[in-house]
Write a protein that binds this ligand. Structure first.
Ligand SMILES: CC(=O)SCCNC(=O)CCNC(=O)[C@H](O)C(C)(C)COP(=O)(O)OP(=O)(O)OC[C@H]1O[C@@H](n2cnc3c(N)ncnc32)[C@H](O)[C@@H]1OP(=O)(O)O
Ligand SMILES: O=CC(=O)O
Ligand SMILES: [Mg+2]
Length: 535
């Protein structure tokens, strides 16, 4: 790999190729801006990550998450978030997809969805190329200079009316290893935010929109405070009025569910509400409560949105948001179109419809879809049940959710089929991610970093937990998992063919998967050890 050090900007070093196109993003001014934010806030990010570790030690020792005593006054206080801008009033359907895939950016913006969340997180494998190409794509899309024709002659051209753009930077746990400030890798979230904001905020404002963000995987209101402080400084630096940035926080950790009011409060000048990131939420539930002898989840496909702890969390999100005049956006159904099988396709669409109906009736102000073909499905449902741009006016005072409701352990079986599915999906997903694809279709479902986290964490939990027993009475063990890994790998080989298997990264994917599933300690995020292998 070529190495380029940006010696002209003191303390900033880039250990990756900088092509002329990349240099348009990595300009001296943009890097200075990024470095200023990093210098101001990276230490606090590090402290907050240490705090996560300390809190986990307490949960491992038997403590259960609960609402915070010291912030009771915020939960009981009478306050609301600042008014929402015009183009974030109606978010009934939001499409998501990786920022780094140019044609998907065009397709998503053209999809008919109200907004498009361009992703540097769950749907993105953070290779250097994906990261910088993502920034290029977004810059070009905003300036309507993204149209192109493939060598096969297929045209990608933005329609007149496109979705409002929202960008999801990486979570606090991830670094951008290719860029160092004062010798240390920069927090990936600050890197993604800073470059996008620097290049586009003013243009977006001139267009009547604004710099809008989704903030992933937070575990406390102190982490939200950090984002808020970054926003304040970033706006000041560029001479943009405070409060222009709007950010929607994903409630996708069990710990954040206990701090929803506090998170909205920290960001109240910059808040665009909350979203139910259901897949990471399930992952976080397993991770945080991993040492608790009563907590074990059944097969991944039986942890649905209607199990009590998931229902409690989504209803509490709606209630909390609406009390604060904030939108409560729903989550992602994993079904995607099934090619060449109309019946299976109709079944998949029906599942999405049911999911969206429940969300709209509950009071969500919008929802997510993974594929353009699902935009009309979700749109029809929300048009039917939500005639107004949003339903923030619907107070859900009838909803009463306690700490034990949020923690309630669902019933269900652990089966060999469920174990095999987790193994196969885990390996296939890791292989794709290592090859630079962060979202992929596997067995007709959308899989991304969050859904794959559940797969590998379940295998770990079932091995390590005394109740990790299959419905036929067999204990899940390292030996059983190793045996099934071999068998599932063989099936994958048959499915993808000899050539693809040989040229793929299956050996590495199996090694990483098996290590994470069988290690004594649970790895915090699968993306951390795997990132070492990304270019
Ligand atoms: C847990 C969470 O965080 S959810 C949010 C993060 N996850 C995501 O964003 C996943 C988004 N979805 C996707 O990435 C894709 O839909 C996948 C990978 C699941 C399936 O993709 P494919 O196999 O390419 O789907 P398919 O072949 O049906 O695509 C048909 C067309 O739709 C496009 N398309 C599919 N999904 C999307 C999308 N989300 N955004 C834009 N375009 C899309 C494809 O690029 C393709 O375009 P083309 O005809 O111009 O070539
Ligand atoms: O980011 C969304 C999720 O479900 O995880
Ligand atoms: Mg997520």
């Amino acid at each position: 790999m070529a190495t380029q050090a940006y010696h002209n900007i003191e303390g900033v070093q880039i250990n990756a190729p900088v092509t002329p196109a990349y240099a348009e993003i990595l300009t001296p001014e943009a890097l200075k801006f990024m470095a200023k934010l990093v210098r101001a806030f990276a230490d606090r990010r590090d402290e907050l990550l240490k705090r996560r570790v300390e809190r986990q030690k307490e949960f491992n020792a038997g403590r259960l998450p609960d609402f915070l005593k010291e912030t009771e006054h915020i939960r009981n206080g009478d306050w609301t978030i600042a008014p929402l801008p015009e183009d974030l009033q109606d978010r009934r359907v939001e499409i998501t997809g990786p920022a780094g895939v140019r044609k998907m950016v065009v397709n998503a913006l053209n999809s008919g969805a109200k907004t498009f969340m361009a992703d540097f997180e769950d749907a993105n494998s953070p290779t250097w190329d994906n990261t910088i190409q993502g920034q290029i794509n977004l810059r070009d899309a905003i300036r309507r200079q993204i149209d192109f024709t493939t060598p096969e002659g297929k045209e990608y051209k933005l329609k007149d009316k496109v979705a409002t753009l929202i960008v999801r930077p990486r979570g606090w746990h991830l670094d951008e290893k290719h860029v160092l400030v004062d010798g240390k890798p920069v927090p990936g979230g600050i890197f993604d935010f800073a470059l996008y904001f620097f290049h586009n905020a003013k243009t977006l404002i001139e267009q009547g929109s604004g710099p809008y963000f989704y903030l992933p995987k937070m575990e406390s209101h102190l982490e939200a405070r950090l984002w808020n402080d970054i926003f304040v400084m970033a706006q000041e630096e560029l001479g943009i009025p405070r409060g222009t940035i709007k950010a929607t926080v994903l409630i996708e950790t069990i710990l954040a569910a206990f701090e929803m009011d506090e998170i909205l409060y920290e960001l109240r000048e910059h808040s665009a509400g909350l979203n139910c990131g259901r897949w990471d939420y399930i992952f976080s539930y397993i991770k945080v409560l991993r040492n608790h002898p009563d907590v074990i989840l059944p097969d991944r496909n039986s942890v649905t949105m209607t199990v009590p702890f998931m229902r409690a969390y989504t209803l509490l999100t709606i209630k909390t948001c609406h009390k604060r005049k904030a939108p409560a956006i729903g989550g992602m159904a994993a079904q995607i179109p099934v090619k060449d099988d109309p019946q299976a396709n109709e079944e998949a669409f029906a599942k999405v419809r049911v999911d969206k109906e429940r969300e709209a009736k509950d009071g969500h102000d919008g929802t997510w879809v993974a594929h353009p073909a699902l935009v009309p499905v979700a749109m029809e449902v929300f048009d039917k049940y939500m005639p107004t741009p949003n339903q923030i006016h619907r107070q859900r005072d009838d909803v009463q959710v306690t700490a034990s409701d949020l923690l309630a352990v669902p019933e269900g079986k652990i089966t060999e089929a469920g174990l095999r599915n987790n193994i196969s999906v885990g390996i296939q997903y890791l292989e794709a991610w290592l090859n630079g694809s962060g979202a992929v279709p596997i067995f007709n479902l959308m899989e991304d970093a969050a859904t794959a986290e559940i797969a590998r964490t379940q295998v770990w939990q079932w091995i390590h937990h005394p109740k990790g027993v299959l419905d036929d009475g067999r204990k899940v063990t390292v030996e059983l998992v190793n045996q099934l890994v071999d068998e599932e790998l063989q099936k994958i080989k048959e499915m993808v063919g000899e050539e693809r298997f040989k040229t793929g990264k299956y050996d590495l994917a199996v090694e990483l998967f098996t290590k994470m599933a069988t290690a004594e300690e649970l790895v915090d995020f699968l993306t951390l050890p795997c990132y070492e292998y990304l270019d």
